[in-house]
Design a binder for this molecule. Sequence first.
Ligand code: ZN
Length: 283
Amino acid sequence: MKLANVAGRATVLVSDVEGIDVEKASDGVFGPDLPSIYADWEAFRSWASSASTRSTVPVPRDELAAPSPEPRQILAIGLNYAEHAAESGFDVPDTLPPTFTKFVSALSGPDTTVALPDGGRTDWEVELVVVIGRTARRIPSADAWAHVAGVTVGQDLSERITQTSGPAAQFSLGKSFAGFAPTGPWLVTPDELPNRDDLALGGRVNGETVQDGRTRDLIFPVPALISALSHVVTLYPGDLIFTGTPAGVGHGRTPPRYLALGDRLDSWIEGVGELHQKFTGAA
Ligand code: ZN
């Protein structure tokens, strides 16, 4: 199943441009908002599996919003691909990978215009984003996928000066400027993916491929990650986990390259879809 947030209304897609309005089709049992659906995920899945597709509504691309627009927590993972750790000048993590947050105010839908912070060095990081569908507390890896509602594409936009300045790294602030957490274009349930543990993902800047990886290369794959995180924090329905970026970020290039005014950034994951960002000057 693909579940979209169309201007605040949960919509089960029947194609990329058409879907079932959940609140109308369920006579108000589910929706219209997305957070209440994640809070009752299993009942919703059960209803959606037999929902009638007779009455559909258009899904305009420019009305798509974040698939999980009000997560209680956004967890983001650093250095989770070996080649990216190497290009960043860090060792590969052996226990818990570096974990930070992207503050919720940075969250957006799939197609946006983002203001580049003045004097900053803003970089790209395409990532598989997991949306939690069932409260997870101290769960084993084998049970992890059962706690996932689905996945979506995320861009972990990162301003490297803020991120790395000061006596200790400032990951959470450097990655939380307005619009720095685009997600979408919709949520895809794991059963719908070609292989939930091995998805191609990548990014293009002005049409040029800059990242091209596969999630099978995650050092901490989704099950291990959810298990490890759930032994520290409780994961709630609707929470997002940005799982880390593959190699090819601008900071790791020689010479380094950062996003500039007028640049276009496309981020994609096989079987899920694409994000599109444009960059302007500070508002
Ligand atoms: Zn990242």
